[in-house]
Design a protein around this ligand. Structure first.
Ligand SMILES: [Fe+2]
Ligand SMILES: [Fe+2]
Length: 382
């Protein structure tokens, strides 16, 4: 596989430089472009996508340096670097036209470096770690989960005191968006953590990753996608107002305790109301994420129309809750969780959202212990 990817990248590079030496229409250019496309298509028989990381002096695929790494680092990937790109991902379904459009953007080396635009089957990213490491896996949430948990705690505490840690929140949101946008597959931290704070952290990250992935799948892009990720991260913020004794209770909740739990959407919206730089959709999602057309909470007037972002976060929220081990029951299998959601298709959840979720999002997630993901290189989108 390494050789095949190497040849594909060398063909791409030959096509890029051939365009400059000859012309875009030269047969050798077309031949190299087709060669690259054919080789990548071969690779797609074995994997959904091929992602190559480019550090200053080496080009890496699946932790291995490509045989032509130094030539590629000086050539094709230098051009990408000039445009801020350090990771490129080709997905199954890639067309020659998409390759041509990518090369168009790389052709003029003298042009001011600019944001290069990806396409449906080509994604670009950059690696924000101060010390990029070849062994880093790009498709997991960036950063140490324990540090991320600390960030979340700060963000939540700060919002409560009226001083939201916007910088930290946006770093986390950018990490989530990039983890999702650069890769079809996502790795969720596995909720094996015991305390409520840790459970909440893992749940929050899972819901944010799944929601962002689903939103992207149904066509959300740009600021709307970023805002949705912020909303997903903050969807349960109202739980901060629930007493720890209730949150950490092992046994069944009493009616009064349930009443306290059911207040968290309103409390969440209240906490976010007026918080500077928090998108309005975060408040809406916090308020609506336990509502259903046939009930749920809080109770609202008949005919209430839920925001699309709330409906997206809701699917992710319920799915994660079903999949996660809790003190009183084991987490369900992927299949079982999807079946449960499907029972309410058309009533609680929209068919289109559930279909996209089942076909594209849920099946592409894997779960693993947070510790295993502790030294992941940070990836951000270009
Ligand atoms: Fe909730
Ligand atoms: Fe939740």
């Amino acid at each position: 596989m390494l050789d095949l990817i190497d040849r594909a990248m060398c063909s791409l590079q030959a096509a890029l430089f051939g365009r400059e030496v000859y012309s875009r229409e030269h047969p050798a250019v077309g031949g190299n472009m087709k060669g690259a496309h054919d080789l990548l298509t071969k690779a797609f028989h074995q994997m959904e996508q091929v992602t190559i990381l480019a550090f200053e002096d080496r080009v890496v695929f699946h932790n291995d340096k490509l045989p032509s790494s130094s030539t590629l680092a000086e050539g094709l990937f230098r051009r990408l670097h000039q445009r801020g790109v350090e990771a490129v991902s080709f997905r199954r379904g890639l067309t020659c036209d998409e390759i041509r459009a990518m090369l168009d953007q790389l052709e003029d080396a003298t042009k001011e470096p600019e944001k290069i635009k990806g396409s449906a089957h080509i994604r670009f990213g950059w690696i924000g770690s101060t010390e990029p490491r070849g062994e880093a896996q790009p498709f997991k949430l960036a950063g140490n989960p324990r540090r991320q948990a600390g960030v979340l705690q700060h963000v939540w505490r700060d919002i409560r005191t009226g001083k939201p840690g916007q910088g930290e929140l946006m770093t986390l949101v950018a990490d989530i968006c990039t983890s999702v946008s650069i890769s079809r597959g996502i790795t969720l931290p596995l909720a094996s953590l015991k305390t409520h704070d840790e459970y909440t952290f893992v749940h929050t990250i899972n819901v944010a990753l799944l929601s962002t992935s689903l939103a992207e799948e149904v066509g959300m892009r740009g600021d709307a996608l970023l805002d949705l990720t912020v909303a997903a991260v903050l969807h349960d913020i109202g739980k901060r107002m629930i007493p720890k004794s209730v949150l950490n209770k092992d046994g069944k909740l009493t009616d009064d305790e349930w009443k306290l739990v059911r207040r968290h959407p309103e409390d969440g919206a209240r906490l976010l109301f007026g918080a500077p730089d928090i998108p309005a959709v975060a408040l809406i999602v916090a308020f609506e994420h336990h509502m259903y057309p046939d009930g749920g909470y809080p109770r609202v007037a008949a005919g209430w129309k839920m925001h699309l972002a709330s409906r997206i976060v809701q699917v992710a929220d319920v799915f994660d809750a079903l999949r996660t081990d809790r003190p009183y029951r084991k987490g369900m299998s992927l299949q079982k969780a999807l079946e449960i959601l499907q029972k309410d298709a058309g009533t609680r959840y929209e068919h289109a959202l559930l279909d996209a979720f089942a076909r594209r999002v849920a099946v592409n997630t894997q779960r693993e212990l947070p510790e295993a993901a502790s030294d992941i290189t940070r990836i951000r989108s270009a």
